[in-house]
Ligand binder design. Structure first.
Ligand SMILES: NC(=O)C1=CN([C@@H]2O[C@H](COP(=O)(O)OP(=O)(O)OC[C@H]3O[C@@H](n4cnc5c(N)ncnc54)[C@H](OP(=O)(O)O)[C@@H]3O)[C@@H](O)[C@H]2O)C=CC1
Ligand SMILES: O=C(O)[C@H](O)COP(=O)(O)O
Length: 484
């Protein structure tokens, strides 16, 4: 499947509908779990990026001229190709980013659903017309016809943790809206991103409409995001990189999904079995490397002991091991990431947090770790580990939970567990986040829901319809009647 995208292990970029080698240098991609060399990807240089962007610019006009039903047909075909090859592509993804195999295959299938829904949504889009008489003192002599038109060239920059899904969630809405796309995949995850591009190409996407640009973000990122041929930047990744892009991008509109420190607030009347189960799957799935992972538990003091016991019991059911075994907790993406999580663990221990389970480490594999009695002077209370460690912070009441949650620099999602709908709404309406889950864990899906972060967690709103809107703009044509 898609063997042609690599030649003797050298992967190539999709450029003008061909698979092109970079002329200068390559980056070796290794499996995080065992260091196996998976291949090399081109490390593109500035002169190549100029050519790639120009081809995207040229192709966009042709693509935008196609009827939306034709764009939708190609998207549906790409979805079908992903579905048909989900096991194999999932295998590539699993190895490349150390994600449990069944989750990796699930990511590919979820992406196929995403693309199909995007095609449907694009076909359902309608413009509107507004008469001038709706506004005070105006007569019936004008009508504005408002349609949506593409922005041009969309630069999609995706993170390592969902290298297929978080790439497609930018690419598909951009394409259905009539944009061409430059996909800059994460360096760890680039091979998966190239497979996604291959599915679009095989589906019949015209040459140049989707182009991939591989290379280290630290080397080519600034050049890409400040390039005059880019009309929109759709970025998912860390808050630090997102803020840097926002500082240098100038007048180019941005859509950003960044880091998080999602809190689960557990009130004394909560169903503790449900809460413990969802906290554990929310905090430790894919080793905590999800922006929407539960990253703090804020538990009312009188139920905290019982809840902690139930969380420990649930952690005992997690599978810790290798990606090919479909383990829940696998080696982290790299040693730097594992060392960072270790720092947070060591800081919590040094400051007196009570270790309930975990702290074991084998290379980059960190066992699921839970601390109780974490206090607000500990780094673990505020920093995003992006790894399998979870703090329990004890609170007096819901108001203290709201206050601690809102002191975070992040504002992605939050959760409240209670059987009292009034209390649930009291908490939910006061949390300074994009989304609050009542009796559920934070999560992005289903993918047609709006997904957004406030504060350092992002700007703008994703979600299929919202993403299409973000990557298009109204075009207003006013008809002035002479004899009305
Ligand atoms: N809110 C959300 O929806 C999500 C947020 N995240 C957040 O992302 C982080 C983890 O993902 P990670 O991939 O490590 O994030 P990074 O911010 O390190 O990288 C994200 C992407 O940006 C690229 N990049 C790096 N530097 C630049 C630059 N100067 N200009 C342009 N692009 C650049 C990277 O390329 P390269 O790989 O080559 O360095 C990669 O493709 C966590 O903080 C997590 O919370 C992750 C997923 C979803
Ligand atoms: O990168 C992430 O963590 C995702 O955007 C969250 O997606 P999920 O909630 O579907 O895991």
């Amino acid at each position: 499947m898609f063997e042609y995208i690599a030649e003797n292990g050298s992967y190539r970029n999709l450029y003008r509908g061909e698979w092109a080698h970079g002329h200068s240098g390559a980056i070796t991609v290794k499996a995080p779990a065992d260091g196996t060399v998976l291949g090399t990807i081109p490390s593109l240089q500035k002169d190549e990026i100029d050519l790639y962007l120009q081809s995207a610019r040229d192709a966009q006009k042709i693509w935008a001229a196609k009827p939306v039903n034709e764009r939708a047909r190609i998207l549906r075909k790409a979805a079908q190709i992903l579905d048909e090859n989900a096991d194999e592509i999932g295998g590539v993804l699993s190895e490349e980013i150390s994600k449990g195999l069944s989750s990796a295959v699930g990511e590919v299938r979820r992406t196929a659903d995403f693309i199909r829904f995007t095609a449907d949504q694009g076909e359902l889009a309608e413009g509107r017309s507004v008469g001038s008489e709706n506004f005070p003192h105006f007569q019936k002599d004008k009508i504005s016809v408002v349609t949506r038109v593409p922005l041009g060239v969309v630069l999609a920059i995706s993170p390592f943790n969902y290298p297929i899904n978080l790439a497609a969630s930018k690419v598909a809405p951009a394409l259905i809206a009539g944009n061409s796309v430059i996909l800059k995949p994460p360096t760890s995850g680039a091979i998966s991103g190239l497979h996604l591009a291959a599915a679009f190409k095989e589906a019949g996407l015209p040459d140049g409409v989707l182009t991939t640009v591989t290379g280290r973000g630290s080397e080519i990122g600034d050049y890409l995001v400040t390039h005059p041929l880019v009309d929109f930047i759709n970025f998912t990744g860390s808050s630090a990189v997102g803020k840097h892009i926002a500082e240098i991008a100038g007048m180019v509109p941005l859509l950003m999904e960044l880091g998080g420190k999602d809190a689960a607030i557990i009130l004394r009347d909560a169903d503790l079995d449900l809460a413990a189960r969802l906290i554990v799957s929310g905090a430790y799935g894919y080793s905590g490397q999800r922006c929407t992972a539960v990253k703090r538990v804020l538990a009312e003091d009188d139920i905290a002991d019982e809840l902690a016991g139930k969380i420990v019991e649930q952690i005992g059911r997690l599978r810790v091991g290798q990606p090919r075994e479909s383990a829940d907790v696998t080696p982290l993406i790299n040693t730097h990431a594992a060392d960072y999580v270790q720092e947070l663990i060591d800081d919590a221990l040094a400051k007196g947090a009570k270790l309930l389970i975990g702290k074991k480490r084998e290379g980059n594999l960190l066992y699921p770790t839970l601390f109780d009695h974490v206090t607000t002077d500990m780094r673990l209370a505020w920093e995003e580990p992006f790894g399998p460690v979870l703090p329990i912070i004890r609170i007096r009441d819901a108001d203290e939970g709201i206050a601690i949650s809102n002191r975070s620099e992040y504002g992605l999602q939050g959760a409240v567990f209670t059987k009292d709908i009034n209390k649930a709404f009291y908490v939910a309406s006061r949390l300074d986040v994009g989304t609050v889950q009542i009796n559920g864990k934070p999560e992005r899906g289903p993918d047609h829901f709006p997904f957004l972060g406030v504060k350092s967690s992002g700007m703008g709103t994703q979600g299929i319809r919202y993403s299409i809107e973000a990557m298009s703009r109204p075009k207003v044509i006013v008809i002035n009647f002479q004899n009305s």
